[in-house]
Design a protein around this ligand. Structure first.
Ligand SMILES: *Cc1c(COP(=O)(O)O)cnc(C)c1O
Length: 400
């Protein structure tokens, strides 16, 4: 479908056949929990699946469906489902993939709550997991066993921005007939489309770039119709973490500007990453858009641009990192990403605090590491704010 129209156009127009009689340009919000049947026989037909139509919003809603159809087109999938949060999407997918005693192979450096969920699945259901940086085929093959039912990948890996070659992972997975699930939150379909590369399921925390305004919590899953139909009828319907019609509408609105927002997030981030790299107090900058990124070949192959998230390490202790953050004025201290506002957080004590220190260190999440979600402000104002806080830290260092 995107052979005819470009993705920027599809973000605004795809499946826009949702008028319901009044010519409404914006998708109407069907704020209803249930749908009345014309007669009892119709109710029976709908429940039996013999007639299309809505029954009850947990099972489907026209506003939510408009969003699902649009994101399915954008990711190049057959069907999508919307969830009440990114974690509702992650948990529905992981539960759909596993039975007690199964095994999940994951990329190293997962989102904190995904890590927590896997821990819970291990304790309660004996579903084990292994972590891998997935840098070579051998590394992946070595950790696949006969109970491995899926591979779960996040790329770029938060917060150190290492990437995983999705084409390579998909190839190994095919050889073992195991589906690959990709958490595509950091990229969105505008920057990376894992289904087109051969992966099987894509999921999102739509709370981040897709919503884009820091005002909604939501999740999305996209994949083949056969799998998605099963997910809709079991894990989604019976666990019940569905998205509300109003929140679906907010995401439809967010999608219309996703491409221009991401272009600006990216150009701001690329500029800031360069400035940070030149600053004497900054030891290291992690940003997939940098020309000297050691994995540039993979990045150029699978990502349109480096996106809006940067991590960098300053010389110093946790206290020094916190002091730097406390000296920022414009930039807000908050977790999350993809908002219009630039946000800063300290992974070792915030998003990745649940990970034991030893493992955290191995992942490169040291006490001096700081993550920025670059927003849509004028880039000069952002740099002004960062520079004065960095210089403050630097003065203290020289004095000490
Ligand atoms: C935020 C996030 C999640 C969880 O999403 P929620 O909407 O907060 O439930 C999952 N994966 C990644 C990569 C995230 O950044």
């Amino acid at each position: 479908m995107r052979k005819e129209r470009r993705i920027e156009t599809e973000m605004i127009h795809s499946n826009d056949k949702h008028d319901h009689g009044y010519g409404s340009l914006s998708a109407p919000i069907f704020q209803t929990s249930t749908f009345a049947f014309e007669n009892a026989a119709q109710g029976e037909r709908r429940f039996a699946g013999k007639e299309d139509g809505y029954i009850y919003t947990r099972l489907g809603n026209p506003t939510v469906k408009a969003l699902e159809e649009r994101i399915a087109t954008l990711e190049g999938g057959e069907r999508a489902l919307a969830f009440a949060s990114g974690m509702a999407a992650v948990s529905a997918v992981l539960f759909s993939m596993t039975r007690a005693g199964d095994h999940v192979l994951c990329s190293n450096g997962l989102y904190g709550c995904t890590y927590g969920l896997l821990q819970m699945m291990k304790e309660k259901y004996g579903i084990t997991h292994d972590f891998s940086y997935m840098q070579t085929e051998e590394e992946i093959k070595a950790l696949i066993n006969d109970r491995t039912t899926c591979i779960f990948v996040e790329t770029p890996i938060n917060p150190t921005m290492k990437v995983i070659d999705l084409e390579m992972v998909a190839k190994v997975a095919k050889q073992h007939d195991i589906p690959v699930i990709v958490d595509n939150t950091f990229c969105t379909p505008y920057l990376q489309r894992p289904l087109e590369i051969g992966c099987d399921i894509v999921l999102h925390s739509a709370t981040k770039y897709i919503g884009g305004h820091g005002d909604v919590i939501a999740g999305l899953v996209i994949g083949k119709a056969e799998y998605m139909n099963r997910l809709a009828k079991s894990e989604q319907k019976d666990i019940g973490g569905v998205l509300s019609p109003f929140d679906a509408w907010l995401l439809l609105r967010g999608l219309k500007t996703l491409h221009i927002r991401l272009d600006r997030h990216t150009s701001n981030a690329a500029w800031i990453a360069e400035r940070l790299n030149e600053h004497p107090i900054v030891k290291r900058v992690y940003y997939p858009g940098m020309d000297d990124h050691p994995q540039k070949v993979i990045i150029d192959k699978q990502m349109k641009s480096g996106g809006g998230v940067i991590a960098f390490e300053i010389e110093g202790t946790k206290q020094e990192a916190q002091s730097f953050m406390d000296h920022l004025n414009l930039i807000k201290i908050a977790v999350s990403l993809g908002d219009a506002e630039t946000l800063v957080q300290h992974p070792a004590s915030m998003t990745h605090a649940v990970i034991p220190e030893k493992d955290r260190e191995k992942m490169g999440i040291h006490d001096g590491l700081i993550r920025l979600s670059i927003g849509l402000e004028a880039v000069e104002d952002l740099w002004q704010d960062l520079k004065q806080a960095l210089n403050h830290s630097n003065r203290n260092k020289v004095r000490a």
